[in-house]
Write a protein that binds this ligand. Structure first.
Ligand code: PMT
Length: 405
């Protein structure tokens, strides 16, 4: 499904010290099988789990495991290898290695190399489920994401320590597939993308509002992916807990009206607008200046419709490519195709919401793309970042050429 190939690419496989290090041998084998040239960097603890000789024999290259040796070539290896790298996989990534990367600590070959490399990096955490859930590890992973690293969520199941939960290193083929999608080209250079994300909130009074559970993850993933591929990206987002993505101009708004104003300001210069935001369709007729006191046993709220931003953009469309989302709990095809025509957009991402692994808040999503020629394409469940890259592929292949004809 992914069009990015790892054949003839220089890949670095970083192995840190967890029980899952044995799976890195299989990752190496799969990468070599796919035609990549792979060099391995091991932390000292990783060498307790798997011997460097195994990696050396399979990769046909020396393993980088000591910063300071008699070998002069080895002393600048972290720079040479960083400059030549097309991509990096860190699997397994332990809590310690994740912490070092998040804080720029460079005290071993892997962490030192990581400060020098600018190629895409896929970090594959693997550890005990309680450690994985800890605030420190989650905070460090958020830092890595906002620094532009790809993070592959661990699988759930029985762990080596006897507990059950998220923390398992995913299977090697899943890691290699995911990594392949990370090696995105610079194919959106010169394009201006406007992406919307998150919910809007519509105040009832200063302490209450109407909103929805959008976390912003889907829209932020699109913004981040477009920026990774060279686009000039403006992200217009409702309130979220996510950090601003790297290399993206982020504009934070609260209400649907504020989002509309920000989007219209950017529209004329935009090449592509992707509307992943869950805009509130209604707002209270009136928003009280002071907190409404609890008194009556019932409170009927009168609502009025917000303007449909996407529909307004569709009416004013000149050269812009418009991509909408459709969040549905049923009749996905019927509802999505109706929105495609009614809102005059070039593509709709149909999104079944309501399950834990798709739609609002989850890290993964299951979507179907609907095109104006009546065709559609369903994707299997995958991380939102992977969905974002495939969405950009399709915009480039199917929508941008038509719009610029
Ligand atoms: O943020 P996450 O937690 O990652 O969740 C992702 C998501 C479920 C929010 C996202 O994938 C998604 O489906 N976004 C669209 C949600 C939505 O509002 O769908 P809709 O079918 O109600 O709206 C259709 C389209 O019109 C959307 O592109 C929406 O941005 C746009 N719209 C809707 C209403 C409105 N007043 N103005 C709009 O522009």
């Amino acid at each position: 499904m992914m069009k990015y190939s790892i054949k003839d690419r220089n890949i670095i496989l970083g192995v840190s010290g967890g029980i899952a290090a044995y799976k890195s041998v299989e990752i190496l084998r799969l990468l070599i099988q796919a035609g990549a040239s792979v060099r391995v960097i091991m932390t000292q603890s990783a060498q307790w789990f798997v011997g460097p000789l195994t990696f050396e024999a399979l990769s046909g290259q020396p393993v980088f495991k000591d910063m300071f040796t008699e070998d002069h070539e080895a002393s600048i290896r972290h720079i040479d290898w960083a400059q030549a790298a097309d991509g990096v996989i860190i699997a397994p990534a332990t809590a310690n290695t994740i912490g070092k990367l998040a804080h720029g600590i460079a005290d071993d070959p892997l962490s030192t190399f990581m400060l020098a490399v600018s190629a895409p990096v896929l970090v594959c955490p693997s550890m005990n489920n309680q450690m994985y859930a800890s605030k420190a590890v989650q905070r460090n992973l958020d830092t890595l994401r906002s620094d532009g690293y790809f993070v592959l969520e661990p699988g759930s199941g029985e762990l080596a320590c006897g507990t059950t939960g998220p923390g398992r290193l995913p299977e090697p083929n899943i890691i290699v597939d995911r990594f392949t999608s990370c090696l995105a080209p610079n194919d959106l250079a010169g394009k201006k993308f406007v992406v919307t994300a998150g919910p809007t909130i519509e105040p009832i009074d200063p302490v209450r509002f109407i909103s929805n559970p959008s976390s912003g993850k889907m829209g932020y993933a699109v913004a981040r992916a477009a920026a990774q591929r060279g686009a000039n990206v403006i992200l217009i987002t409702g309130p979220t807990h996510l950090p601003d993505p790297t290399n993206v101009t982020t504009i934070r708004v609260r209400t649907a009206d504020e989002m509309a104003e920000a989007v219209f300001q950017q529209y004329e210069q935009a090449d592509v607008v992707v509307k992943a935001a869950a805009v509130s369709d209604y707002r209270p007729q009136e928003s009280a200046v002071h907190k409404t006191k609890k008194g009556k046993s019932e409170w009927a709220l009168s609502l009025k419709q917000n303007q449909d931003i996407l529909k307004a953009l569709g009416r004013q469309k000149v050269h812009q490519v418009l991509v909408g989302f459709a969040a549905e709990t049923r009749d996905l095809e019927q509802n999505a195709t109706q929105k495609l025509t009614e809102k005059n957009v070039d593509m709709i991402v149909g999104n079944l919401v309501g399950s834990a692994a798709s739609g609002f808040e989850s890290d993964t999503n299951t979507v179907t793309f609907f095109y104006t020629d009546g065709t559609h394409e369903s994707l299997p469940s995958m991380e939102k970042q992977a969905v974002a890259h495939i969405l950009l592929d399709r915009i480039i292949e199917k929508v941008l050429p038509v719009a610029t004809d």
